[in-house]
Design a protein around this ligand. Sequence first.
Ligand SMILES: [Zn+2]
Ligand SMILES: [Zn+2]
Length: 312
Amino acid sequence: MTAGRSARVLSPAAPAPAASAALTVQARDLPLDSHVHTDLSPDSDAPIDAYASQAVERDIAEIAITDHVDFGPGMPAYGFTSFDERERVVRDAAERWAPHGLAIRFGVEISYERGHEADIREHLARNAYDYVIGSVHVFSHSPYHAERVAAWTAGRPLAEVVAPYFDEVLAAIRSGLFDTLGHLDFVKRYLVPHVTTAQLAAAPELYEPLLVALVETGTALEVNTSGLRQPPAETYPAGPIVERFAVLGGTAVTAGSDSHRTGSFTSGLEAGYGVVAAAGLGQLAFRRGGSRVGVALPDRFRTRGGVTGAYT
Ligand SMILES: [Zn+2]
Ligand SMILES: [Zn+2]
């Protein structure tokens, strides 16, 4: 739900906001955007072909359509569409665009809550996706909801402030259900300005159990660039967390724009790839329906003798 219910809705023909346009301009010649929403998500108005035509025009080789699937009545995507409908639309588009050199993968972003884990497990056992992101979102009953977040954060130690979100993320990782854990600290979007990104950066120990669980379960860490165009103005999670993940032995990292509008397609992805490279990792973890594959970062993110952060 990273576009948010209150986000300005753009028609497909409308110009992108200036910030997104600036981020998008540099994003050419990218091998993969692994997190993209279409109008098959309740909070997106973007037709799949609008992304596809942009991708072809800009030499972007591959995209994963990861529309929302929710399992709780009252959650925004609950009952919004069906697996069959989503599969048909995405597979049809994949066939249409393959001759133009674009690979479109059929992915999903599942909202994880512990109470729905059995339903999610059953859904994934029954239905085949190319690629599965599991994410914890912030819904109306959350302490981070706009009406409650000020009271929730006031005078509360940071560890307790983030616990409801991070505990759920930890359970999502430990479930072993997902290729990738989406936007690890998306809660930042709601905490700012009550809790600053600097405060979170000063408490890396809060992230440690999540990173350890990712490494132990082989779940990929996503560098979600939607945070760059939202109040935190940094990726979910920020670079130092990705670097710590690599130090702990994590190698499976990916990057996605989490675009919900045609104007934010691949937005910030150049910076997101940079975060991956700065952590010393040279490829993006992905799955195309079979086993996991590595998608190499473009050469400009690499240096002889290894990948460095010299991507600017
Ligand atoms: Zn999400
Ligand atoms: Zn998303």
